[in-house]
Design a protein around this ligand. Structure first.
Ligand code: SF4
Length: 221
């Protein structure tokens, strides 16, 4: 609410009207892929529903051997309805190709948040938490052999931490999916790399770690 409207309501001695939002999605409900898509497209569980053009569910193979998780859709992604488009998407495609991964056939890509943030601001903790059950269900349905996390907010959602990418990258984490443990590697978001070219060397190292882990991690599912 803007300050002008709030002052007017206070002068009239009427309080602001708060709109009760629906509860966060229930992660215990085993939605099918189609049900999950429909639920996300109509979700109003956080304030981002008010400003979005459309939700961005994710794209790619399903099930997929690799699952990539970014942060929140930017304006290009929101317009196209697909994650990782534009220059960041092209860089991601090149990075994947360099480790022998084909985005069209081997990968499902999505974001921790399914709605864009106003002016591409950082997601709030509550927004990440409200959207987390959707991501959790996507992981359970995609059943990837490895999760590559791109950026800190995706790491916060999947690992339940507020640590930085710098402190999380370089090691293999474990994500506890419904079907069992999945190795998880954290690296920088491609959009960050476009602004910080020297960090590309670190990301290259992370991708090679992801590739080695994918090739050697025991397949139990
Ligand atoms: S960001 Fe997630 S929780 Fe918030 S409205 Fe969009 S889909 Fe719902």
């Amino acid at each position: 609410m803007d300050a002008h409207r709030r002052r007017a309501w206070e002068a009239l001695e009427i309080g602001p009207l708060w709109r009760l939002r629906p509860p966060p999605p229930d992660s215990s409900e085993p939605l099918t892929w189609t049900q999950l898509q429909q639920t996300v497209s109509g979700c109003k569980a956080c304030v981002l529903a008010d400003s979005r053009q459309q939700t961005v569910f994710g794209a790619g193979a399903q099930p997929a051997a690799w699952m990539l998780v970014g942060e929140a859709p930017d304006q290009h992604e929101e317009s196209s309805g697909e994650p990782f488009v534009g220059l960041a998407g092209q860089l991601l495609d090149q990075m994947l190709a360099a480790i022998g991964v084909n985005r069209s056939t081997d990968v499902f890509v999505t974001n921790a948040l399914k709605c864009a943030t106003p002016a591409n601001r950082d997601p709030l903790v509550e927004e990440v938490s409200r959207c987390a059950p959707y991501l959790k269900r996507q992981v359970d349905l995609v059943q990837p052999r490895l999760i590559l996390v791109l950026g800190q907010f995706a790491a916060h959602s999947l690992l339940g931490t507020d640590a930085s990418v710098v402190s999380l990258r370089g090691v293999v984490h474990t994500y506890a999916s419904a079907a069992g443990p999945i190795p998880l590697v954290v690296t920088h978001h491609p959009a960050y790399l476009l602004r910080n070219l020297p960090e590309k060397a670190h990301s290259w190292s992370d991708l090679r770690l992801a590739r080695r882990t994918f090739d050697t991690y025991p397949v139990t599912r």
